[in-house]
Structure formats: C-alpha cells, structure tokens
Design a protein around this ligand. Sequence first.
Ligand code: ADP
Ligand code: MG
Ligand code: MG
Length: 868
Amino acid sequence: AKYVYDFTEGNRNLKDLLGGKGANLAEMTNLGLPVPPGFTITTDACRHYLAAGVVPDGLEQEVAEHLDALEKQMGRRLGQADDPLLVSVRSGAKFSMPGMMETVLNIGLNDESVHGLAKQAGGNDRFAWDSYRRLIQMFGKTVLGIDGDLFEHALDTLKGKRQDTDLDAGELQGLVETFKGIVHEQTGKDFPTDPREQMRLAVMAVFDSWNAPRAILYRRQERIPADLGTAVNIVAMVFGNVGNDSGTGVAFTRDPGTGRQGIYGDYLQNAQGEDVVAGIRNTIPLEELERIDKRSYDELLGIMETLENHYRDLCDIEFTIERGKLWMLQTRVGKRTAAAAFCIATQLVDQGLITIDEAVTRVTGDQLAQLMFPRFDGGADKKKIAKGMNASPGAAVGKAVFCSERAVELSEQGEDVILVRRETNPDDLSGMIAAKGILTSRGGKTSHAAVVARGMGKTCVCGAEELEVSTSEGRFTAPGGVVVSEGDVISIDGTSGEIYLGEVPVVDSAVVEYFEGAEPEDELVKAVDRIMSHADSVRRLGVRANADTPDDAARARRFGGQGIGLCRTEHMFLGERRQLVEDLVLASTDEARQAALDALEPLQKADFTEIFRAMDGNPVTIRLIDPPLHEFLPDIVDLSVKVATDGATDKDRKLLAAVKRLHEQNPMLGLRGVRLGLVIPGLFAMQVRAIAQAAKEVPGARPEIMIPLVAAVQELESVREEAAKILAETGVEALIGTMIEVPRAALTAAQIAEAAEFFSFGTNDLTQMTWGFSRDDVESAFFSRYLDQGIFGVSPFETLDREGVGRLIRIAVEEGRSTRPDLHLGICGEHGGDPDSVHFCHDVGLDYVSCSPFRIPIARLEAGRAAL
Ligand code: ADP
Ligand code: MG
Ligand code: MG
C-alpha cells in the first residue's frame, strides 16, 4: 500500500485519502501557487494505527524517503545544526473540524539548530528563540499532554503588561529554559531533541487527536462518521515571526456573511500560525496589508481570484509572509451563512462560473428554512432567565399565558401571547395557533409542542426544565427566583432555546414576505426567487400541503403547494362540536346516533367547502376520522371528580361510563382509523356525504378520499363500497385511496392497490409501528441515549429511516404498481418536509410529497435538488 503522497501527487478529489487540507494543498501546489513543499500521510495509515495501536508496516520507511526528498529539495536536513529545515506536522480530516485536532509547528529545533535558524535569518536570535519556545509549548501540550496553561502562565508572567513581540532574544532564551523545566517536571523526561523523533511523535499525536473527546463530540454534533481518521501533513516551515516584514493572516475570497465580493480578512505582523485567531494581539484588517507590503498584497488578491475561479466557489485561506515572500498554507471551500449561500450561488451564475442547475445544488432546504424564521435583533439588550431546547426556530415575543382559552382571548384582542405549558396536548391546538410562540418545561424535540410548532412554523422552546410552571396559579418561576405571571412579557428564541424577560426586538424575514407574495427587492430575496424558480422547473415530485383549515390551505397555495396531501378531519370535531361527538358516543339507539351524525354533517360540509375554495381546483386529499373516540371525550380524572360531587348530571355519569368503556391500554394500536369506520355505522358515510356535497358546491373541486390505518384489503373494500355508492348517488367524482401506515399494508400492497386508486405513506405511524415504539413515550425516555450511542444518527421521526421504513415503502411502491400501474403515490408524514426524506421520495418514485405549509418551499427546493 502507498501511505504517503507528495503534494505534487495529490489533488482536491482525494479528500477521503488525504483529508481536506492535504488534498487542497496538493491542488494549490499543482496550480503553481506558492505552497511550501511537503507531503501527506493518508487517512488509511491513521485508521490502521487507531485500530492496531501501531503504525502500518512500511510507513516509517515511506515517510523517511519522502523526508529525504524534501530535504534534498530544500537543500537542508531536518534539524541540521548549522542550517536546519523545520517542518510543521498538521492534522487534516476529510471534513473540516476547525480547531478540534492538533498541529505542531517548528519541528526540528533543539539547542544546536536554534543557532542555525538564527544564522539563516541573518543573525536574528530573537526570531530563533521565539520559534523554539513555540515548539516546546505546542509539542508539550499536544504531544506530551502537558496542561497548556502552565506554558501560558509562564509566558504571561514574563511578559507582564508587554506584548509577546516586546520580548527580546535573551528573555525568549530564558523562556525556553523555563519551558524545558516544565516539560521535565511534568513528564520526568527531557524535551526530545532528536528532530526525527520529534516528528515521529508528532505524527502519532495527530493520529491520536482524532479520538480526543472534543473531536468525538464535534463529529457527533456535525454527524461526521467516527471511523474516517485524519491525514497528517508534513509541511516545510515558513516564518511569519521573523520581523515586521513578515506576518500571517486568514482571508475569505468574499464575505461569508453576505456573499459580497471584497477583501475580507485579518492580518498580524510578526506572528506565527494560530496567533491570528488566538487573539494574542489585535489583528489589522487585510486591506492594510496593501500599505505594509503592496507586492505581497497584490499577489494575494490575484491568488484569491485564481482560487475562486478554480474552485468556482467562496474559498477561505491561510497565508504567511516571510520577509516579503507570500506563502499559501491552506485553502478550502469556505463555510457561509444561509443568506450568503443563496447570494453566492447566484453571483457565481452571473459570473459565468457555474450553471443555474449547479446553483440549485449549492444551497439546501435547511438553509432556506433558516432564512424563513424571524430573528431577534442581535445587538439588543437581553435579560436571559433560562434555556430550554431549541424545538422550532424563530423569535417570539408576547405576554405569557398559561392556558389555551386565555391565549385565544388575548390574541383576539390583538395581543401577542406566548403560550406557556408544562407540556401541550391536542386540546391546546387553538391556543398554539393563537400564540406567537410556545414554551414548555417538559418534553423533547419531538414532543407534541415541538412537532406541532414546527409544523406550523411557529417558534417553540420546549423542555425548559429549569422552569417551575404552575398553570393553575398562572405563573412560572425561573432560576434565581424570577417569577413570570400571566400578562408579563417574555421573549423566546427557538433557534437557541433561550428565554428572556421582557421584549427583545424582532426582525422579520424578508424571504417569508416574498413567499407571501411580496416582490423580490433585496439581493437575497432575488437570489431565493431565481433558485426557487429553477428548482420548480426541474423537479419531478409534486409538493402538496398538510392543511386542515382554509387559512392553512390559502398559505399553502401562496407558498407554492399544488394541492392538499393530507386534510385531517379530527380537529373539526373539537371545540363546540365536542357536544355532538359526545352525543354520538352516548347514542343508545340508531335514531339517536343518526341524529348526532346529521347534526355534524352540515358543519363538516362547510369545512370542506372552504378548503376546496382555497385550493382552487387543486386536489384535496381528505383523511376520514382517525383518532380513537375517547380523545374527544372529557378527561377521565376530571370527569370522575365531577361525578363524585353533587352537581353532576345524568349525562356526566353516562359519559364517565363511556370513557371507561372506551379506555385503551395502547390507544395507538386500538380502535381508530378504518376500524372506527367499520365499528361506528354511519360515521364515515356522513363524512363522505359532506365531502360530496361540498364538492358539488365548488366548481372544479377535486376531492380525494383517504382511508386511514388500513392493514387488510378487506377493511378497505367494505368502506370503499359504501363511499363509492354515496359518490355515485351525488354524482361527484373522487379518487378513493388509503394511507399506508401499518406494516402489513405495505407488505400486502399488491392486494390493497386493487381497492385503492392512491397510496399516501403515513410515515409517522409507519415509523412507530415498524420500530415498535410509541413516539410520545420513547422521546423523553431514551432517544437522547440512542443518539449519543449512535444507535441512530438522527431520530427516525425527523428523517425517514431508509433501511427499515424505507424498505417497506419500496416494497409497497413496487407491489402496488404491479397490480395498478397508474397508482398515484405520495407521502403525508412529517418526513414530507424533511430534506433527506424528500430525496428518498424522489428516488423511490413517489409522485408527490406533502408537508406543512411552512415547509413547502423547502420541499420544492429539495425536490429540485433531488432531480439534478
Ligand atoms: P488548523 O487545522 O487548526 O487550522 P493548521 O494545520 O492549519 O491547523 O495549522 C495551524 C496554524 O499554523 C495555521 O495558522 C497554519 O497556517 C500555520 N501553519 C501550519 N503549517 C505551517 C508551516 N509549514 N509554516 C507556517 N505556518 C504554518
Ligand atoms: Mg488551518
Ligand atoms: Mg396515522
């Protein structure tokens, strides 16, 4: 195996093997840019070392050969006493992990070669001793594992109020002695003076730094695989610390915050490596380099342009100037904000560097989502009182309220409110809709509050456990005894999870205003507009909305939704209509039941009429009632208390009996969905009639009737027959189809497709049933542990589990189409708005995805990206 690549041998496509830094150093070398010579030890070697505990056979030999070649090229030997070559030993993994791993500079210095280095620099003793003390400091910390503060402290004591550049050669020489003392004291050994031994130890330390705790943590957060390993780059040293004609800097080829072209960078004279970012002295803006060293400055600008044109993207760079000579030490395609990503992508199209197709692939749905949330004004004064989980991004300000009714009341009076609950449940929906934001003290990122809030695009901080919430007293207590009572203004940041007392000013998202219909004006919105239009023109997947109300339906249209993929009907039975549902449940005769249904029908019809109007000729998939009936009845505890007191009515007692009768151990697996339709005569028929009547009233209405929770074709057949009859009687045309959300339905899709004109994958339930866990219960119980242990990298409720749930979907798609080739296929679980899941839906051949109105633009963009 080949474990070592000279910079002249690599290129930027070899990131897997050479790491990002090594691959790009090679790329720059081959572009003819001034890169100090060097070579890269591959990630293969690192993986071998980490697995076996020893470096692979032949590595040392290969390194020695490359070092020989480097020494020949440079005309000096590593650490040679009278004229030393020095090198840096630098980590560099495939994905950049800024500051997470180790690098050691000035390898090759010892008590003899320090004098040789001074001679090289024209008798500059100060510079040589400064380099030597840096080596001991970095080597001591990184390779020998000594607490870096010990060195820092010694340096600070020596400096006093002076800057590091004020130390003279004698003082730095003294500091070297002090540092050597620290090494001896801490390790019981002398600082290693053999240059090759220094290098060998540094290489292994870089390998080991892959598994440093902070690196592990970073990878977990950024979802970088744990087994990639790092490459190691050995680079001939160039020196920015020789004097004021030298220095080091970092720069971006354009502004990573806005994408604007210009000079963005920092420079520090007479400094080395990390000094710029470590903040040891104040840096100067890069523009000022023009005054200090115009030749190097001009050359640098030229190189930045070369790099942009070559990488066709924003690059960031590290450079050093040694006595008027510019050296490039690193480049990579730079990180940027979401706003900059959109602007840069379209700027590059205008510059002719990339195509508009490429521009679409350069931005992500997650970045678009970030642009859609309002934000707190970063510069404002804030009084933070607690922190919870950042469940749904955005910034919300309002009066704290502790129940839904109050939230609705105040918002109707034009007040902004934040709904504060211990946790929310479906009954809080009206309050959640009325509120600007939602704050809970319990529950994780997939708790009811979090999921619903995200679906609505509403700011939510959940699980703020530091808060003592008392809904009955209408107040909460935060750490430090801060009490917030109903009506007190609070501000919550769903992007960071932070909670503030009082009003923090909010800035609106221009991108949302654009989706709402505003003309694109600023550069960012114009960029979003261009990219969205192109994504729409290339995508194959349709995008529909999960929308239950006319308002949501209308927003869905404005946001580009091409219909409704899921219109839930259950919330249409809440509020004042509960009464009628109670009557339905309590009905002891056919007449009584029919009377209750008859009372519900016109209300349902009105619901649908409005939604059909809002959808304006686009398809509307209506799911017949799905949840267990007891969800519509009063709480068992409340009711028991009531029945035990004097004021209870006969109906209360009957209701309590019904609640007890309908109580289920596992409601998720109980009497719900199609099962309900089969057990309660007339319920589904009433809904279908309401749909048909409404469709007749709205010209062009395109209803699709969807039966939930089907597991066997027989269930579907009997409901379908009844529905088809009603449609025929009213003369309305509508597709009849089913959700695929029970694994058995996926596995028997060929049969089910014979009775269904469409499938819509209900991936929330399908995920629950495939994994065998109930979302409401597992979240707080063990999900965080599963994520920590890497059992899954991301919650399967957030991103569709391709291997398991995805496999079932694949089976259902293939088998369903085998018996009905024109079977229409969509997805209506929350995954429909998740970027990775959208790509899966494209790959597996669905016709559309359906998601909450607010996520429609994200799904449109990702569907476009998936098609490219
Ligand atoms: P990181 O990945 O943390 O940026 P680097 O390997 O890039 O670490 O190195 C740390 C610092 O040392 C950077 O500022 C880099 O430019 C500088 N540096 C690395 N190698 C050399 C070298 N051969 N000569 C001069 N400076 C170097
Ligand atoms: Mg670097
Ligand atoms: Mg379901």
